[in-house]
Design a protein around this ligand. Sequence first.
Ligand code: ADP
Ligand code: 5GP
Length: 202
Amino acid sequence: MTDKKKALLLVVSGPSGAGKSSLCSRLVELFPEMIYSISCTTRAPRGTEKNGIHYYFLSEEEFNARIATGAFLEHALVHGNHYGTLKQTVFDALIQGKDVVMDIDVQGAKQIRSACAAMQDDNVIKRGFVDIFIAPPSMEVLRQRLCGRSTDSEKVIEQRMRNAQEEMKYQPYYQYTVINDNFDRALTELTEIIVGEHNKRR
Ligand code: ADP
Ligand code: 5GP
């Protein structure tokens, strides 16, 4: 997809452990021209995560400096750490006609949704904006996935489970909801959404 009139800004949110990063990484394999928006965060790398691939891992000072220069399209405090999306990366990809997918929390999605409402209709961000909520089949399954990932302490898992109750309340604001029970079926639903949204922009 390299037509800038059709380039999508796919904003994927949902509770931690719902499967967002697994689904997004499969999407960029299925759509080789799609750009994954690498966020900045002040949280420490987890497991095998690499700087510049999964996130840009920044100190609080580095993160605040980017806020000060207006580098973020959105930013939020999530589970006690700061996360933000770099405006320029997203804008450059969309201008080149490339789809962008981002895995951001419900507060960040709300900020972009509000910003779109104030934009001109021909703004690449507004034109491409598609928000998708990834829901777990149940809270019990969510807990099992967070535990099964084996990357977070019990304290972190408890915090993420508490936040999940709040995050689920944002689901009605999204254009699409995909329940990630069976992974392949959820991935198929996501690809159908992408193809459908491209067709709408013909
Ligand atoms: P998130 O990015 O939303 O925090 P992850 O993609 O890290 O979630 O997924 C959390 C865990 O659940 C990972 O161990 C992942 O392999 C697993 N997982 C994701 N989707 C499914 C699914 N449909 N069925 C079973 N396990 C899944
Ligand atoms: P994790 O620490 O598990 O990688 O991510 C925790 C939460 O932060 C997830 O809900 C994820 O979607 C969110 N997140 C990741 N990057 C960003 C970002 O750039 N902005 C916002 N607002 N949230 C983000």
